[in-house]
Design a protein around this ligand. Structure first.
Ligand code: GDP
Length: 363
């Protein structure tokens, strides 16, 4: 095509006719099928077949705070319930650095050598998925994370302790239905999460360290009282003597505590997770415990007690949610807060007004 600009006299820019342009839309593009939400039936069937992808999706549903997801999750859980209960639930706690990840990796492989499957769950209300080290993080358990019979799931992301714990409790149900007959629940031994873990496991293992000076310092008395077994890690190299000393100290200290409700005095052992020394002994201790409590009937009794505990936890959770998610109450609370902060109304009267509204609304 002729352009006036192409005249020899023309001093401006030249414009060439150019080439045909490819279409701006990829003719081969196929829109991706939207991810289909599975039905309750599909979830349950997948879980019962031990399908890990479906199990993971179901756990995500349990963890979701979206009401529709929650409702679906509850249905799936209910259908899974008849297939649960046939497992050993073991809680593992210890302060950061005690060697929980290293030990769980080794304990886990030890358990799996006997056959069966293992799920490792965690409760850490302070963690957020995006931040640093997360309990249950796959990379912390190198060998287990690539084992085909191990399912590792990090702690549900930050939220109230009650909420996080309930989600983990529900995840146990799903895992058991999927055939995981060994459940480890890990928690950091510094806070209140131990009580929650204690209320969902059969055996509570406390990992301790030796050689940190006053051995009993920094251990919350309550946590010691909850332990069904205490193990002192890192009993290797020139730390062995200190570990033995700590073992003697713990044994003495335990004499001062009342016997746990199981009637079985916690044993105190030393081991090394890193060098894999004494692992079998730790597991024999746990076997002894399970044998004894199954014989005495305590195993069943404790599980029933735990069911009762979770029923109340569930009720408390839902009552609170129902109250605090009410938009009128939200507004009332904001207004009352100001009145109370400005000393214009007493906290009791303010609380009574809000509760009056709530109860009248219900009736
Ligand atoms: P966690 O924070 O309780 O999960 O502890 P880790 O498993 O991450 O271990 C903390 C540190 O202690 C790591 O550097 C481990 O290599 C080390 N460690 C763990 N177990 C042992 C052990 O049995 N012996 C020795 N010497 N070091 C260990």
């Amino acid at each position: 095509m002729e352009h006036p600009e192409n005249d020899e006299q023309y001093t401006g820019l030249n414009v060439n006719s150019g080439i045909a342009q490819p279409p701006s839309v990829n003719p081969y593009f196929k829109p991706k099928a939207r991810r289909r939400i599975l039905s309750v039936q599909e979830y349950v069937e997948g879980i019962l077949k031990g399908n890990v992808t479906i199990l993971s999706k179901a756990v995500t549903l349990v963890e979701s705070s979206i009401p529709e997801h929650q409702a679906l999750a509850q249905e799936v859980i209910e259908k899974c319930l008849p297939y649960t209960g046939n497992s050993r639930r073991i809680g593992i706690t210890g302060v950061p650095g005690a060697g929980k990840s290293t030990s769980i990796d080794v304990f886990g492989l030890h358990v799996l050598k006997r056959g069966g499957k293992l799920a490792v769950l965690a409760i850490d209300p302070s963690s957020e998925r995006t931040k640093g080290s997360i309990l249950g993080d796959k990379t912390r358990m190198e060998k287990l994370s690539v084992h085909p019979d191990a399912f590792i799931r990090p702690s549900p992301s930050a939220g109230s302790l009650g909420g996080v714990a309930r989600k983990t409790r529900e995840t146990i149900v799903l895992c058991e239905a999927a055939g995981y007959d060994n459940i480890f629940v890990e928690t950091v031994g510094v806070g209140q999460s131990e009580t929650a873990v204690h209320s969902m496991v059969d055996f509570f293992l406390l990992i301790q360290l030796a050689g940190t000076g006053d051995e009993l310092q920094g251990i919350k008395r309550g946590i010691m009282e909850m332990a069904d077994g205490i193990v002192i890690n890192k009993a290797d190299g020139d730390n062995i003597d200190r570990a033995k000393l700590a073992q003697a100290e713990f044994r003495n200290a335990l004499h001062l505590f009342p016997l746990p409700p199981s009637g079985i005095a916690p044993e105190v052992l030393t081991y090394s997770g890193y060098f894999e020394i004494g692992i079998d002994e730790v597991w024999q201790m746990i076997d002894r415990y399970f044998d004894a409590v199954k014989k005495s009937g305590y195993f069943e009794r404790k599980r029933h007690e735990q069911e009762k505990y979770w029923m109340y936890e569930s009720i408390n959770d839902q009552l609170k949610a129902n109250f605090y998610n009410d938009p009128v109450i939200e507004d009332m609370l904001k207004a009352k807060e100001q009145l109370v902060l400005g000393s214009r109304q007493s906290s009791f009267i303010a609380a009574r007004d809000v509760l009056d509204y709530y109860f009248n609304k219900k009736s």
